[in-house]
Design a protein around this ligand. Sequence first.
Ligand code: DON
Length: 608
Amino acid sequence: MRCKAKRLKSGLTVTLTIPLTITTETIHVNTFRRLLLALASCSALLAGPALCRDADNPIPIINFQQRFLPVVARHGMIASPERLAAEVGTQILQNGGNAVDAAVATGFALGVSYPRAGNLGGGGFMLIHLAEGDRQTLIDYRETAPAAARPDLFLDKKGEIDRSLEFFSHQSTGVPGTVAGLLYALEKYGSMTREQVMAPAIALAERGLTVSFALNFEFNSRAEQLRKNPEALRLYFKPGGAPYEVGDIWRQPDLAWTLRQIQKKGRDGFYTGEVARRITAEMEAGDGLVTAQDLADYRVVERQPVRGRFRGFEIVSTPPPSSGGVHIVQMLNILEGYDLAAMGHNSAAYLHHLAESMKLAYADRSRYLGDPDFTEVPVSQLTGKAYAARQRQLINPDRATPSADIYPGKMLPGESSDTTHYSVVDRHGNVVSNTYTLNFSFGSHIAVPGTGMLLNNEMADFAAKPGQPNAFGLIGGEANKIEPGKRPLSSMSPTMVFRDGKPWLATGSPGGSQIITTVLQTLLNAMEFDMNIAAATAGARVHHQWMPDKLLVERGISPDTIKLLENMGQQVEIGNRTLGRTQSIMLDDGWLLGATDTRRPGGWVAGY
Ligand code: DON
């Protein structure tokens, strides 16, 4: 077989002959590593994520000098935070479903197998690329504030924020959007029936699943708060209160019942009828605000994604009421003015420029971002090249500007105005990038009796008191104050990158305020530093959100680099938690290259 190296940084074209055949089955990392070792003879000649193939038997060769290798598949792939749900989605793809069918099936399955963030009671954003028509759309199924919500909902008599009310009460719950969002996606863009896409999740809930190390870890890490709610205690612990151990079978008959109501009756099976009655009964018992009318009134909104360009790439991401897409594009625009590759990946100079652009973006977030149906968000300004050029002038290349000296930018005159992510690609070239959440891991930690379902605490994403930080330390303004029917400002950022007009990368992450900077660095690793998607995923990350004035760095940024950053005035803190957790798929000439972020346990890439 003859094989040509396509992208050589040296500009040379090399022709090699390699006596090897492989099938087009999914090649998991170890198999792939062996394959790459077999190809070692050509490795020295390749630089960058070079692809090597011929027309008869194309084999992608990923530069294995990058230490991390993606999973490779040919026809369809899911990168998911949990294995069983990834396998559910892949099965749907293999049974002829498209990427939306698989994404919906995976969304319902994660509600069973990944209770910390997979959900029926939360909300999120689904970004879809439709191969037919070559267009993208964004399904906003973010929760809404109940009609009875008022701006001072979480303030005590002294006007201070009552954090336990904001985080762990029935009042912290917004009207759930997940069921409406997944069903909307299925009906409009899917090809299968509810019966088909929900059957695997129902089976998982009814027959039970084997508790993995990751699931046991998740129960244990939230045990104290979960045990405070009698229904959560009943659902997530054994009779007597002991945690489920690795290898135990965990069944969820109540959740199976709820899923069946939805499967039979569609959105009415959740938003009216017996499930709705059980939700509102729990709300009344706990002084919550969500009423039967709120549930019946919940609406999905289909929006235009936010778009931007970085060098030759097109970025398509999540619009308000998420802040993610706007600020990812804004920071890329600012950073485009520098030769980042020449600075070197994760060098002090690079991280300094990242941090300074992050501060500028998060300062703007605090002033301008909110639900676009309630407040005018200057999206085109914030994502414009002219605004970025002006903001770039504020960056001192040698010295950190204290956050206290940074203010939200003035708009240019003359112009208007534990979350979880998974990515899916099908054999037609449709792509889905979906992030959804209960907000905290296990949301409010309050379960609705008889439904197997947790309540979100998404109301905590509003600015409970404009100017004060929220649960993620984010400062929000009037644009994000609590108002009835309004969607709280999110950071969720399902994102896609297009190269030469074709989908090239789908990614996204959990992590609250850190989602935006996590996605940004993953994109830069791939676009600017030519990393394969596994290496781009694994690189150590940093995060700055303007306030507080500190640059969080993951372990993996070297002590020398940290010293240099500190010498420039950056206030560095080595985080004891990881920053984000991406699930990504790269599409390269018919090959699907997937990577789950190993920062947290349990992720899985499945494909065929
Ligand atoms: O919408 C948001 O931005 C938050 N509710 C996301 C929460 C989150 O990512 C928690 N996970 N680590």
